[in-house]
Design a protein around this ligand. Structure first.
Ligand SMILES: [Zn+2]
Length: 482
C-alpha cells in the first residue's frame, strides 16, 4: 500500500516452447542459428502456402493447463490477429481469440514468509512468434531475422489478482519453475524465451479498480518488479495531483528505469480477429487430455512441501534446492542411493555443489555421482569422518572417480570414535592440565572447550569431538568425586 492506494497487477507471460520444429512448418526451432537460415515459404508467409499444426504444441500447452489447474477446451480453433509489423511477413499472427485451449485456472504461489497466495489464471492459448528486428551501428536502418517466425508460444494470462511487485515476482518465478519441471520451455530470459507484459492500475481499497496501463518490453523478472513499482508510483502521483490516468500501452525502459507512452490502447476489435481458414478445428481426444494430466511430474510447490514435511528441511532450503531442476534431481537421486541424512545432504547440495554449479559447471561433467555423494554423507552422518575431512574427500571425488574408503585411509582422515583410545587420550590431557580441570570445577566453563581442543590437537583432528567432549565430562565428574 502506497499513500493509501492498492496496486493491482495482471501479467501476460509469453513462453517459447522447446519443440523440435516450429508450430506450422518443419523448420527447426532453435535459438542462435545464422540469421534467416531456419525459414521456409510457410513461416515466411508466402501466398498459397498452407500451415499444418504441430501436435506437440497442443500437448505442451495442455500440460501447462493442467499444471495451472485450468479446464481444457478439447475443441477449439485458431484465429488470425491482423496487424502490420515489419517482422511479421504475413501481416497477421495465428493465435487464439475467443476459445483458448485452457482457461479458468489458478496458481498457488508461496510467498517468502511461507503464506500461500492464490492467483487466478484466465487463459492459456497457443500462438506463433514473430521475427526479430536487428539494429546495429554497423548498418543504417534495421534488418529482419525471420528465424523466430513461427516459433511456438503459449501466452498465460493471469487475472488481476496480484497486489504488489513481490507477488508478481513470486508468480513469475513459480511459472518459470513449472515450465522447467514439465520441460516445455528453456526459460532463458536472455534469449527471450520468456517475456511478459505487465498490467498495472491503482485504486483506494473499496473503490472500483483504476484505469490500467499495459507495459511492454519487460524482459526480466527484476525489470518487472522495477516496472510495476515505477508505474504504480507514476499513477499515484497523477491521481494525487488531481489528474486522471489515461489507458495506454507504455514501453518499459529498464536502463533509464522509466516507462514511456507508446500508444493509447487499441481495442481488441482493431485486430479484426477472425477464424483461421487454413487450419482445422483442434479436437483433442478426452483420453489424451487425461493421459497428459496423469503423466505430469511432481510440480515444484508440491516438491517444496514434501521436502519440508518428509525430510525436515527449512522452507527456505527446500525452495533453494527445488529452484534448480538439476539440484533437486541430484538431491533425490542421492537419497535413493541410500543417503541417511537428508538435512546433511541438503547442506552439501546448497553449499559445495551450488558453488561449482555457480561457476557454470554441471554435476554430470564431474566425477561426482549421487551414489558417491550418498556414501560421503553417510561417512559424516555416522561420525566416521568430520565435516572438514568430508570437504577434502569431496574435492577429490568431484575431480576423479576414486574410492572414498581408499581416500580416507590414504589421507588418514578417519575419525577416532573408539572409546578406549579416546579415554587414554583424555587421561593424558587431563593429567597434563590440572589447572584447567580445577578451573572448570570452580565454574569457568570455557575450560572445557580448551580441554577438548587439546585432545583434538593431540589426535591431529581425528578424534570425534562429540564423543571426546562426553568422555572429558565423565572423567572430570570422576575426578570431582574423588
Ligand atoms: Zn518454416
Amino acid at each position: 500500500m502506497i499513500k493509501g492506494y492498492e496496486v493491482v497487477v495482471g501479467l501476460e507471460v509469453h513462453a517459447e516452447l522447446n519443440t523440435k520444429t516450429k508450430i506450422y512448418c518443419s523448420c527447426r526451432n532453435s535459438f542462435g542459428l545464422e540469421v534467416n537460415t531456419q525459414v521456409c515459404p510457410i513461416c515466411l508467409g508466402m501466398p498459397g502456402t498452407l500451415p499444418t499444426l504441430n501436435e506437440k504444441v497442443v500437448e505442451y500447452a495442455i500440460k501447462m493447463g493442467h499444471a495451472l489447474n485450468c479446464s481444457i477446451n478439447r475443441i477449439c480453433k485458431q484465429d488470425r490477429k491482423n496487424y502490420f509489423y515489419p517482422d511479421l511477413p504475413k501481416s497477421y499472427q495465428i493465435s487464439q481469440a475467443d476459445i483458448p485451449l485452457c482457461q479458468n485456472g489458478y496458481l498457488d504461489v508461496i510467498m517468502e514468509g511461507g503464506e500461500v497466495k492464490r492467483i487466478g489464471v484466465e487463459r492459456i492459448h497457443i500462438e506463433e512468434d514473430a521475427g526479430k528486428l536487428l539494429h546495429s551501428d554497423k548498418f543504417d536502418g534495421s534488418l529482419v531475422d525471420f528465424n523466430r517466425c513461427g516459433v511456438p508460444l503459449i501466452e498465460i494470462v493471469s487475472k488481476p489478482d496480484m497486489r504488489s511487485s513481490d507477488e508478481a515476482k513470486a508468480y513469475l518465478e513459480t511459472i518459470r519453475s513449472i515450465l522447467k519441471y514439465i520441460d516445455i520451455s528453456d526459460c532463458k530470459m536472455q534469449e527471450g524465451s520468456i517475456r511478459c507484459d505487465v498490467n498495472v492500475s491503482v485504486h483506494k481499497p473499496g473503490t472500483p479498480f483504476g484505469t490500467r496501463c499495459e507495459m511492454k518490453n519487460v524482459n526480466s523478472f527484476s525489470a518487472a518488479v522495477r516496472g510495476i513499482d515505477y508505474e504504480a508510483n507514476r499513477q499515484i502521483e497523477i491521481l494525487e495531483a488531481g489528474g486522471t490516468v489515461v489507458q495506454e500501452t507504455r514501453r518499459w525502459d529498464d536502463q533509464k528505469g522509466i516507462s514511456v507512452s507508446m500508444r493509447t490502447k487499441e481495442d481488441a476489435q482493431d485486430y479484426r480477429y477472425f477464424p483461421e481458414p487454413d487450419l482445422l478445428t483442434i479436437v483433442v481426444p478426452e483420453e489424451k487430455v487425461k493421459f497428459l494430466k496423469d503423466t505430469l511430474p511432481e510440480l515444484p510447490n508440491a516438491k517444496i512441501m514434501r521436502y519440508v514435511s518428509d525430510y525436515g528441511l527449512s522452507h527456505y532450503d527446500a525452495a533453494m534446492i527445488v529452484d534448480i531442476v538439476e539440484k533437486s534431481a541430484f538431491f533425490e537421486k542421492s537419497l535413493e542411493a541410500g543417503c541417511k541424512s537428508p538435512k546433511l545432504l541438503a547442506n552439501w547440495v546448497l553449499g559445495e555443489i551450488s558453488k561449482f554449479m555457480n561457476d557454470g559447471r554441471a554435476i554430470e561433467d564431474t566425477a561426482l555421482t549421487p551414489e558417491k555423494m550418498a556414501e560421503l554423507v553417510n561417512y559424516i552422518a555416522d561420525g566416521k569422518i568430520s565435516n572438514a575431512a568430508g570437504k577434502t574427500v569431496f574435492d577429490i571425488i568431484v575431480a576423479e572417480d576414486r574410492d572414498i574408503k581408499a581416500i580416507i585411509e590414504e589421507k588418514g582422515l578417519a575419525q577416532v570414535s573408539d572409546e578406549s583410545a579416546l579415554e587414554n587420550l583424555a587421561d593424558e590431557i587431563l593429567s597434563a592440565n590440572e589447572k584447567s580441570v580445577s578451573d572448570y570445577l570452580s565454574g569457568k566453563t570455557n575450560a572445557l572447550g580448551y580441554l577438548v581442543g587439546q585432545c583434538m590437537k593431540a589426535s591431529k583432528g581425528k578424534a570425534n569431538p562429540g564423543v571426546m567432549k562426553e568422555i572429558i565430562l565423565k572423567k572430570i565428574a570422576e575426578i570431582s568425586q574423588k
